[in-house]
Design a protein around this ligand. Structure first.
Ligand code: HEM
Length: 397
């Protein structure tokens, strides 16, 4: 974790890390590891870690984006990692975030409701009479990348390629480097493709996010091309796999709790609360990290300048000091103060979008399929200590 690369998790931890978090929390809400960094498991302590400006360099090197490009020296040249809003502190953070934040406000995102509904309908129409299907490959995986491609202004005929590149890029982040060459090629193709879209929008702006990035001027300063590429790549990397996992793990929890599912079917006004409860109970991002910029007290720990501090968001969201009966899944709980989207200045830019996609995807599934059944109650989980999700959720309608 110190290098910014998340640690692998055993299959048992991936399938259910919560008993281990709970046992660890009982030993100490903040702990020092043998490697010398800190683990934070309590809700109040994680909140302080994320909101106290004495902790910085969000997500460490993991927040930087790798860009490869063909250069005169030859193909597959790694340009190196570029900083993104997720890896830098203010004032750089403020500049990079402000340029795209307008597109992600709850108001802007609400305008996308009809489009998201249309994409969900199209994906579910594709199931056409099939009695069994995998929720992940049919809906949870294609939805977020299609939505973000639309927001960026990627033409429809290029969606498939765009999706392939994006998937390959995200795959390497999960610690799977088995297809590194392919990932690098995809990265390069994606970078080249987005560069061409940027050039086209320079000549002729449209009503999309890439045009807005091109046009953006903050204190007279335009974004450099690498910063634009880094921003586009960050949106794919931070937004796609996470939203996929919200939809698939969220549905899995609902199907494992039939009384809660029945309650939601009876009272759809509970949907916003149910989605936040899914994020609290089984949120996809488990950890993030900060570095202490000066000596600071956190709970009863004295953290030294330069120490790496890992916040376990998923443990904080099940802290019994914060939530009553935290291991109970309750669609009416409405825990909007969970930290599944982080907190403070790096609070998830895409939170409103992810919530809306989750509500529409799961809401439409429940409406269209009144008799959904889980075919495999023990699906395979994949991920690392940082992000976790199921690889498939097989359903019968
Ligand atoms: C359920 C889905 C999602 C979850 C659980 C999630 C979680 C998070 C978390 C925990 C952080 C803070 C990381 C930190 O403080 O170190 C974050 C930041 C971020 N997220 Fe999300 N995210 C989701 C969806 C999205 C979507 C859909 C997008 C955009 C399309 C997005 C874009 C971002 C960006 C750009 C940041 C960095 C913000 C900053 O540094 O100021 N996320 N997300």
């Amino acid at each position: 974790m110190e290098s910014g690369t998340p640690e692998p998790f055993s299959p048992e931890m991936l399938a259910d890390p919560y008993p281990a978090y709970s046992a660890m929390r009982e030993r100490g809400r903040i702990q020092r590891t043998a490697a010398g960094h800190w683990l934070v498991l309590g809700y109040d302590e994680v909140s302080q870690l994320l909101t106290d400006q004495r902790f910085g360099e969000a997500a460490g090197r993991g927040g930087r984006i790798r860009l490869s490009r063909t250069t005169r020296e030859g193909p597959h040249r790694l340009l190196g990692r570029v900083d993104t809003m997720l890896s830098v502190d203010p004032p750089e953070h403020t500049r990079l975030r402000r340029l795209v934040s307008k597109a992600f406000t709850p108001r802007s995102v609400q305008k996308m409701r009809p489009l998201i509904q249309e994409i969900v309908n199209e994906l579910l129409d594709g199931l056409d009479g099939r009695t069994e299907f995998d929720l992940v490959s049919e809906l949870a995986w294609p939805l977020p990348v299609t939505v973000i491609a639309e927001m960026l202004g990627i033409p429809r005929q290029d969606r498939e390629r765009f999706k392939r590149w994006s998937d390959a890029m995200v795959a390497t982040l999960g610690g799977d480097y088995s297809s590194l060459d392919e990932a690098r090629r995809s990265n390069e193709e994606l970078v080249e493709y987005v560069s061409r879209v940027i050039a086209a929008r320079r000549r002729q702006p449209q009503d999309d996010l890439i045009s807005r990035l091109v046009a953006a001027e903050e204190s007279g300063q335009r974004l450099s091309e690498d910063e634009m590429l880094g921003t586009v790549a960050l949106l794919l990397v931070a937004g796609n796999e996470t939203t996929t996992h919200l939809i698939s793990s969220g549905m899995l929890v609902l199907l494992r709790n039939p009384a809660q599912m029945a309650r939601l079917r009876e009272d759809p006004s509970l949907f916003p609360s149910a989605i936040d409860e899914m994020l609290r109970y089984t949120g996809p991002v488990h950890t993030t990290r900060r570095t202490a910029r000066e000596d600071v007290s956190l709970g009863d720990a004295r953290i030294r300048r330069g120490d790496v501090v890992v916040g376990i968001l998923a443990a904080a969201n099940r802290d019994p000091n914060k939530y009553e009966d935290p291991d109970r899944f309750d669609v009416a709980r409405n825990p909007t103060d969970h930290v599944a989207f982080g907190d403070g200045i790096h609070f998830c830019l895409g939170a409103a979008l992810a919530r809306l996609e989750g509500q529409i995807a799961i809401g439409t599934l429940l409406r269209r399929f009144p008799n959904l059944q889980l075919l495999d109650d023990q699906p395979e989980w994949a991920g690392t200590s940082a992000i976790r999700g199921v690889t498939s959720v097989r359903l019968r309608q």
